[in-house]
Design a protein around this ligand. Structure first.
Ligand code: HEC
Length: 116
């Protein structure tokens, strides 16, 4: 009897921690969405509900498109965002957005959440 109730508690804790992790990921992605709609939306269609269309013409690839690419993953996004792709040889490349690590985590979670 006692062993059975311990298992019930263990099982319950496992369910709760899984649920907490899921809401955590959703919250992180939500923050990434808000950040992207402010910082990245000047050049990308970063979110379907962004208030203004990008000023960059033609715009950089939309985040939805980037999310669907088979070679897009947390690592590739993180690497891309921590480097500069603009230079004399590539004047239209993306400048380094200089995000803090936690902001990169949020934006990466957001972009990956757009994967269908
Ligand atoms: C000043 C304009 C500009 C801003 C602001 C900008 N980007 Fe970009 N981004 C570009 C351009 C242009 C490209 C096209 C690829 C390149 O750099 O050669 C690009 C490409 C990308 C790619 C890779 C797409 C691919 O083809 O693989 C990712 C990921 C990305 N941007 C994420 C972001 C995120 C996240 C932000 C906001 C934190 C952001 N960008 C802000 C201009 C911008």
């Amino acid at each position: 009897m006692r062993a059975a109730s311990i298992w019930v508690v263990v099982f319950w804790m496992a369910i709760c921690s899984g649920w907490a992790q899921e809401t955590n990921v959703a919250q992180t992605a939500r923050k990434g969405h808000d950040l992207a709609a402010i910082i990245c939306a000047n050049c990308h269609v970063a979110a379907a509900d962004q208030r203004f269309m990008p000023v960059l013409n033609p715009p950089a690839p939309s985040f939805e498109t980037i999310a669907q690419r088979p070679d897009t993953n947390a690592d590739s996004l993180q690497k891309f965002m921590t480097t500069t792709h603009r230079g004399l040889d590539h004047p239209k490349g993306m400048p380094n957005p200089y995000l803090a690590d936690y902001q990169i985590t949020q934006v990466v979670a957001y972009i990956l959440s757009l994967r269908k």
